[in-house]
Structures are given as C-alpha cells and as structure tokens.
Design a protein around this ligand. Structure first.
Ligand SMILES: [Zn+2]
Length: 387
C-alpha cells in the first residue's frame, strides 16, 4: 500500500498571495525571518489576513538552519496567542520552523526530536497551516519533513510526519523575484536534486515520477533564465512551481546520497543546503548510474537527449554540471571555499554524519563508509567518480 500526501490546496500564479483575503478564521500566527520581514513581505501578508478579519501576530526570529531553541520559543509565543492558522513565510528554514512549532503548539507534551512517521500527533485540533515560500527551492510548502538543527550536538534532524504537510501552499512568483541571483541558483539546484533523486529512489512511484520529470524539465529550461534576469516573470513562475513539484516528488518518494552528503557538508562547513546538494549531485549520479541506468536514461530522453543508453546517462550528468556552471555555482568543495586542512581534518566527521543519515539505507546504490569518504574526496578536488 502506498500513500501520496500533498497540501489540500495549492494556489499559484500572479497575485496568488491575494488568496489570503479569503481565509476564514480568527487569529493567524506568522512565522518568518528578519530578512523577509525587512523586504516588506510580512507586512503584506499581515495586511491581507487582516482584510480577511483575522488578528495577526508575527514571530520573525527564525534563523537560517533553525534550532530547537527557536522552535521552542516560537511555540511558546504561539501558545500564548492561540492562533487557528499558522503561516510559514520564507524559505525552507521558516517553513520548517513553523511546522515544528505547530507540532509543539498542538502537542505541548512531546519534544521536537520525537516527531516521526509512526507518532500519531493529532494535529489540526487547534490550527491549520499555510506555507508561503519566498524562494524557489526547498519545496517545504509541500513536504512532510522539517529540518531542525540540534545546536548542542550540531546535527540536523530530519523530522518526518505526514501530518505536517501544510493545508494550503501559496506560490506567488512575485516573492522569489526578490531573491538575489546566488540564492536563485542555490535554491534551483536544490529543486533539481530533489527531482532527480526522487525519480531514481527505490521508493519512487507513478505519482512522484510524473512530478519529478516535469520539475526536472522546468529547471533545465527556466533556471538559467530566472538566474540571469530576475525580472523574467515567466521563468520565475515556472521555477516557483517546479520547486513545489520537486518537493511533492521527493516527499512522496525519497531523496538520496546528494542529500545525505549535502546535509553533512552543510552542518560541518556552514554552506547553504542548495549549494551543498547541487555540489554533490553529479558525483552521486556518477556513483549511482549503473544501478539506475534506466531511470537516468528516461530523464535524459525527457530532456531531448537521444544518444544510446550509457552515453545518454553520461550526457545527463554533463548537463547537470553545465547548468551548475552556467549559474555560477562551484564544481568542488574546494571551489566552495573550504581549506584543504579543514576538509581533511573533518573528513571522518563528514563521512560519519552521512553514514548516520536516514537516507543512506534507501539510496539506489548504498554507499559504504569507505565509498562516502571517496565521494567526499572526489567532490573536494573536483575529480570524476569512477568506482
Ligand atoms: Zn533539498
């Protein structure tokens, strides 16, 4: 038996934000970060919600890679206010933090680390959730995971529960239009990684496949355009949709080793999630291609690559590298600014973290500890994977 989980309503396209004027309820609690607040988006969302007759409270203390501490603070403020709507507004960090806060608000008896697919939490007794992404990347507005950092152990917890999939996702392309080009690039690589890993996961299914293929096509066509011209509203809208489709795809299939390694790299060297997974993606594809040749060939065909199977898979990996270069993202961990001494001294730690990822046992080709190490070494120096 399989289950496909998605937001009940996805509102997209120009002026999608105005949907907030129709929300029925009494109190909305907006979870966001300082940058998004400064850009005026919190005020805009607040004003629409007030037009709908809701009282609004804002928590704008979410930091990138949100901590358990932040989640607890937000949940406390939520409990004090008593909202019937939670609004996650921002990139993946704000939306993930909002989801985890929502859990603690509904269930003060449980700890953040206890969120897992087997725990029936009974959310929605107090509130429902709206997610409004301001970047086109994480897909968190459609996924059933929240990534929260345990700052004591310095580990990123991947907290999955189908109950935290938002009720409503609002995809307004005017919001990501405010992203600087580097963020557009990194978020876009996250979308591509979600789509390709979802399509090649052992847990893939017909529904995730359809979304993953379309998301991949959209990224190759529209990411370079939205990177080079922030005003290209068609490209922005397409990338915004692609991000949610990628989120739906991997949330209902799975991500793979680019994510287990990317999470590790991001936690150790404080590099953004999108840059990390985009960096690892072609190396992981070179490592996995024999195990998922038919899947890579299907993706390649959908992009118009007509060469024979093995060549098509290689060409697909080359296209990923070319796209990454076109949008100014690094080809190696060295290029991402990590000093060799730092890298070498943390290699065991990097490997250990990737091994412990919940994603490792469900990769299409499961890396051993030694293979993870070799993958990290290859990605450090920019050497192609041939093992
Ligand atoms: Zn990701």
């Amino acid at each position: 038996m399989w289950e496909f989980t998605s937001p009940r309503t996805i509102v997209f396209g120009d002026e999608a934000l105005e949907y907030l004027r129709e929300i029925q309820g009494t109190k909305a609690f907006i979870v966001s970060g300082k940058t998004v607040h400064r850009m005026g988006l919190v005020d805009k969302v607040s004003s629409y919600l007030r037009e709908a007759g809701l009282e609004v409270r804002v928590f704008d203390d979410v930091e990138p890679e949100p901590s358990v501490e932040t989640v607890k603070n937000g949940a406390a403020a939520m409990s004090e206010f008593g909202p019937d709507w939670i609004v996650g507004l921002g990139g993946g960090s704000s939306m993930d933090a909002a989801k985890a806060m929502w859990v603690l608000y509904e269930r003060p008896d449980i700890e953040v680390g206890m969120i897992n697919p087997l725990e029936r939490m009974g959310l929605r007794a107090k509130a429902k959730m709206i997610c409004i992404p301001t970047t086109s990347g994480s897909g968190s507005e459609a996924t059933w995971a929240a990534i929260i950092t345990d700052t004591v152990e310095n580990v990123k917890m991947e907290l999955p529960s189908r109950e935290v999939v938002p009720d409503i996702a609002i995809l307004d392309p005017a919001l990501p239009a405010l992203m600087p080009p580097a963020l557009t690039a990194q978020a876009g690589l996250d979308v591509l990684t979600h789509a390709i890993e979802a399509y090649s996961s052992p847990w893939r299914n017909d529904f995730s496949d359809a979304l993953a293929i379309k998301a991949t096509q959209l990224v190759f066509e529209y990411l370079p355009r939205s990177y080079s011209d922030p005003k290209d509203s068609e490209a922005r809208g397409k990338m915004h949709n692609a991000a949610t489709m990628g989120g739906l795809a991997f949330s209902n299939s799975q991500a793979g080793a680019a994510h287990s390694m990317g999470h590790s790299l991001g936690a150790v060297f404080k590099i953004s999630h999108g840059r990390c997974v985009g960096l690892m993606l072609p190396y992981v594809m070179e490592f996995s291609w024999r195990s998922v040749l038919d899947r890579y060939v299907e993706i390649a065909r959908s992009l118009g690559i007509a060469s024979n199977d093995e060549e098509a898979a290689r060409e697909l990996i080359d296209r990923v590298r070319a796209l990454r270069k076109e949008i100014g993202e690094p080809d190696s961990i060295r290029e991402a600014g990590v000093e060799e001494n730092d890298f070498t001294s943390r290699l065991e730690d990097l490997t250990d973290r990737a091994m412990k990822s919940a994603l490792t046992p469900i990769c299409p080709r499961i890396p051993s500890g030694e293979e993870y190490k070799r993958l990290f070494l290859g990605a450090y120096s920019g050497t192609r994977v041939d093992f």
